[in-house]
Design a protein around this ligand. Structure first.
Ligand SMILES: [Zn+2]
Length: 357
């Protein structure tokens, strides 16, 4: 912020204010709030980075999220532990949710440091489930699920041969964890952080809120530029995560004051949480309207990508796009807006329910 001697490098974009003039370089940490360091780890995908936060905890660091369990990630950790974080040991490892970019390095980091793992119960148990499930051959039920969504035999074969990617980028979790749940208060460095959980992107996603100075570690629950993936996957084909997600966003909008500094997992720290939550809600509303319009003719899940995504969908994101389309279709189905019919080839065709004139 401007103090009369240095220029104010705050940026405002699309109603959000970004107070940090620069990103942390590899191995570097920037103090973004009192006692909270921001580190940025590279990811080998379109979403090319994840933010990791280190909170001063008296004689240690509480780490929030860990990056993938890959060679470059481990090297980045070694650099940070020998550099920005070198004066103190890791006292606790908090994981916001079980996606590999957040949780991948957690088991390894806990083993290396002797620090305990803190997660919500559903995230820990889901993680253990997916690590096992992903390493096993594809189930017949999963194949039925993707065929119903409209995948070709080639796409199903490709998906089968690419299994194992989740378990490969995640280190084995510690055999024990400390449970975090909504409303818990965690004391870190003598200051209280409240646990706030959300649903929809993952089953029991943890955010941390330091109310005394308005700092909110948001994980993937509130991102500044992209919207988080909301997906229906083969293990729970009737799930309605979009309903959970929209409710969580509404709850956060009602609960959070607008002057919080939001520390997201992807993108940069920002102010303007209320308008960001409104934009995220509006984005889904617009997507659902476009989807309804495109379902005047019967469609498969793979036929509605154009209504939901601005980008074209290549094979590398087919799984995510299918899961996201099904999340929107299941949501409309639960509201009685669309119906589906399975044809003799096992493919589901979705159609809008015409309102009686
Ligand atoms: Zn995530």
């Amino acid at each position: 912020m401007a103090d009369g001697t240095s220029p104010d490098l705050t940026r405002v974009e699309r109603g959000l204010t970004y107070p940090q003039p620069a990103l942390p370089e590899a191995g570097q940490a920037i103090e973004v709030a009192d006692g909270v360091l921001w580190l940025r780890f590279a990811l080998p995908m379109a979403l090319d980075h994840i933010n990791v936060f280190a909170i001063a905890d008296g004689q240690g660091w509480v780490i929030v999220d860990t990056g993938l369990f890959t060679d470059p990630s481990r090297e980045a950790w070694e650099t940070a532990l020998a550099g920005a974080l070198k004066n103190l040991p890791i006292s606790r490892v908090v994981v916001t949710h079980m996606h590999p970019d957040h949780m991948g390095g957690a088991g390894w980091l806990c083993a290396r440091s002797g620090a305990p793992l803190l997660m919500s119960r559903l995230e820990y148990l889901s993680a253990q489930f997916y690590i096992t499930e992903d390493a096993a051959p594809a189930s017949a039920e999963a194949e039925v699920f993707y065929r119903a969504a409209g995948w070709s035999e080639d796409e199903i074969t490709r998906w089968k041969t690419r299994r194992g990617r989740f378990s490969k980028t995640v280190s084995a979790l510690p055999a024990q964890f400390i449970r975090l749940k909504d409303g818990d208060e965690l004391t870190i460095g003598g200051r209280v952080w409240s646990v706030v959980t959300g649903e929809g992107h993952s089953p029991e996603h943890v955010c941390l809120w330091r109310k005394d100075d308005g700092v909110f570690i948001a994980g993937d629950q509130i991102l500044p530029k992209i919207s988080s993936n909301i997906g229906v996957w083969d293990t729970e084909p009737e799930a309605n995560p979009l309903d959970e997600w929209l409710r969580s966003l509404e709850d956060l909008k009602a609960m959070l004051p607008d002057d919080l500094l939001i520390l997201p997992s992807h993108g940069e720290p920002f102010y303007g949480v209320t308008s960001r939550l409104e934009a995220l809600l509006r984005g889904h509303e617009v997507g659902l309207k476009r989807l309804e319009r495109s379902l005047k003719q019967p469609c498969r899940a793979v036929d509605v990508f154009g209504a939901l995504f601005a980008r074209s969908i290549g094979p590398e994101v087919l799984g995510m796009a299918t899961a996201e389309s099904l999340a929107h279709l299941n949501y409309l189905e639960a509201r009685g807006r669309v119906v589906r019919e399975r044809d003799s080839d096992g493919v589901d065709w979705w159609k809008i329910v015409e309102e009686a004139q």
